[in-house]
Design a protein around this ligand. Structure first.
Ligand code: SF4
Length: 365
């Protein structure tokens, strides 16, 4: 999901240092770079060991959970002030929502895993995340900064159904009365509606959904592991009805695939009908190894767009200024037609949408 990846957390974490493996079952997974601390080569190991390697069964068939203990969980973004948040929590790494455009994919490369299938199926689980967050947010050491979840992996991806780490983190943040925001593509967040309602009584909370398109064909090809976008809009409605502020980020809009006016209008209209507190969008962002990954997907799924993408993104990471301006204009016009506030949030962290030089709304996606 989400934000400009060069501004997101450093994907070479220091935090994956296992601190308590004495009682845990140590598992040999020798191909992973982070298994041993003395791996020869030019890149240092990131982990001492994996606490447990669990093969998914039933609803989790095809997934593998690499359970680790982290020394730290709250991450400070490298360039505070540039993004609309300064601190993030990502209790997982990798995401079985498997969005082809996911900018977090290269973070798996830093773990010695591949950015394609491994990112979709080998999910790193920071099993002690709630306890570490409790420690890190102790009043003596923490000033109550707002914390964003969903900036580098989806906090309600399927793994959350099994491990409930996001729920545990929210419980801690409620105890601390610490403001937080969540960005997700999963209606699983409704499982925690009780907690989220409680959170709104003690602090500032927003739960936003990423809905890039309502076009079933574009959705199923580009986000194969996600819930149908209409289920997400149903969740937006439920959250707002229950007093949990929820908006819609139309992101990323995929050039030539989901940016036709009728497609944009459908999202604006239905998000508005769902009571979204705001709606805004941004185009695809491609950089580093993700560009190659995405281009391969285009060649396979939309071969007629191959030349177009190489022209538009070959030398750039972002869509052109003209395209961004056009998208921003379309969204504004459609918001005018269908209603729905564009910049309304009930949050201390409220002013997250800012027009960029192209007139497009720039969002933390
Ligand atoms: S839901 Fe977000 S984090 Fe997960 S694969 Fe999709 S874009 Fe990436």
């Amino acid at each position: 999901m989400l934000i400009a990846p060069d501004l997101e957390e450093d994907p070479r974490p220091r935090e994956f240092v296992l601190s308590n493996v004495r009682s845990a079952r140590l598992v040999s997974v020798s191909r992973f770079r982070w298994v041993t601390t003395d791996t020869p080569g030019d890149r240092p190991a990131l982990f001492d060991a994996v606490v447990e390697r669990a093969v998914g069964r039933g609803a989790y068939l095809g997934l593998e959970f690499l359970v680790v203990e982290s020394r730290s969980v709250i991450n400070r973004v490298p360039k505070p002030g540039v993004l609309p948040f300064e601190y993030t929590i990502n209790a997982y790494r990798g995401c079985s929502h498997a969005c082809t455009y996911c900018f977090a994919r290269p973070s798996h490369d830093y773990l010695g895993l591949d950015i394609a299938e491994d990112f979709d199926t080998k999910i790193v689980v920071k099993i002690n995340a709630p306890e570490v967050v409790r420690h890190e947010t102790a009043p003596a050491r923490w000033a109550g900064h707002p914390i964003a979840m969903g900036t580098n992996t989806d906090p309600y991806q399927p793994a959350e159904g099994k491990y409930k780490l996001t729920r545990g983190v929210i419980e801690v943040l409620i105890e601390r009365r610490n403001p937080f925001s969540i960005l997700t593509k999963s209606p699983l967040v409704l499982r925690d509606l009780d907690l989220l309602r409680e959170a709104t009584r003690v602090t500032d909370v927003t739960v936003d959904f990423s809905v890039g398109t309502l076009d079933t064909d574009a959705w199923s090809r580009s986000e194969p592991g996600t819930a149908h976008p209409r289920k997400r809009l149903d969740a937006v409605r439920r959250l707002n009805e229950n007093g949990v502020p929820s908006g819609v980020l139309m992101a990323p809009v995929l050039p030539g695939i989901s940016d036709r006016p009728g497609q944009i209008e459908a999202v604006v209209k239905e998000a508005s009908e769902a009571g979204a507190r705001f709606i805004a969008g941004t185009y695809l962002h491609l950089r580093g190894p993700l560009k190659h990954h995405y281009f391969r997907w285009i060649e396979a799924e939309y071969p007629h767009l191959t030349r177009y993408y190489r022209h538009e993104y070959g030398r750039r990471s972002y869509a052109s200024a003209a395209m961004r301006k056009r998208l921003g204009g379309m969204i504004r016009r459609m918001v005018d037609v269908h209603g729905g506030p564009v910049r309304q949030r009930n949050s201390r962290n409220s002013d997250r949408t800012q027009p960029d030089s192209g007139g497009q709304l720039v969002l933390p996606l």
